[in-house]
Design a binder for this molecule. Sequence first.
Ligand code: GAL
Length: 443
Amino acid sequence: MRNNRVWFLVLALVLMSALALSACAAPAAAPAAPAGEGEQQGEAAAPAGENQLEIFSWWTAGGEADGLNAMYEIFKQKYPDVEIINATVAGGAGSNAKAVLATRMQSGDPPDSFQVHAGHELIDTWVVADKMEPVTFIFEDNGWMDAYPQGVIDIISANDEIWSVPVNIHRSNVLWYNKGIFEENGLEPPATMEDFFTVAEALKAAGVTPMAQGDNGVWADNHLFENVMLGVMGPEKYAGLWTGDTDWNGPEVKTALETYAKMMDYVNEDHAALNWDQAAQMVVDGDAAMYIMGDWVAGYYTSLGLEPDQDYGWAPVPGTDGVFMMLSDSFGLPKGAPHRENAIRWLEVAGSKEGQDAFNPLKGSIPARTDGDRELYNVYLQSAMDDFASDQIVPSYTHGAAASEGWVTGISDAMTLFVADLDVEAAQTNLAQACVDAGVCSE
Ligand code: GAL
């Protein structure tokens, strides 16, 4: 528990320094909307004045869409007269949604509420740009100040205000595996990176694709890379990457890049054509033995009717036992929300115990609140609850907790080149430059 607090403190410090930096800089330019990319589902934005609620997210896959619907059901029971507009833009980790949102926010057309990662993604992008209303009053009116861990409150706070309502805690560092394949081959899930390659070799020799990957979006390369970095360098060095204390030009990052490049010998050939959920599917279909991805995979498997520990296994990513790489989805209140009153009602549902206990068992995440009803969660999620309470906590950069969106874009550019040529030296130079460009590292 103490470790837990220490790492949240680190997160809070990172945030505060980023705020201080960004106070003297112009808000980062938001990325342009990708031409023709991203399927805008749901209906068009409602004319203000009608009794509607437009919720913007990227939750379209099995599990995540079910969780969102469960919260909508609660909202509908409470406010049957309000029409919900489910504005989703498909694409894992918001790869398309974030650009569409940026365009809407900049043209003065915000949704009533939108999904945003707690931490730097929320604060550095939207709060610093003065596009959000604080939601501290919602926390106070609903008596939530004591319902959330202080560490969670810290990462959604800036300038003495709270800026979003977190609905969950997700874990990034999970290795999902096919129990049958492991048993047939007499293998145990790998505990270290060294074990990973021994196991991968054995699987390859047995004619099995060792690891699934679905990186049709660069975010999935970031996801694997943050996990390889954590596994290779450990939590202190990993956390130091985001404060400037760990040298991006140093030996740890080099080893992480070399390890990543080596892993690419063991993934499915069509990885660049697949989504995260298609890669997750490969493991339960027996087409690959392992997959490194966040625990929205557990939600996806639940949507298929699969049971943890029976139909699939999980373990910490090799080298990360005792560490919980966290991220948190939240919803905010944009300035100028067309149906502000309904948006506040929505945030009250999203932040309530009832809302979180309906959402999270389907989503594959644990509640951000401390009073979730453990009995409603499957054995995987119960293990995540236990680990979150006892492990060291480090922030995910891929999912907005550790670094600003501008910095993540710089890292993504480096990763796009790296996965194409696997040139470790060039990638390390580009990653080091991205830290300089973000204003966290000096030349
Ligand atoms: C993450 C998000 C999760 C899940 C995942 C896949 O960024 O926090 O809730 O949606 O992307 O899309």
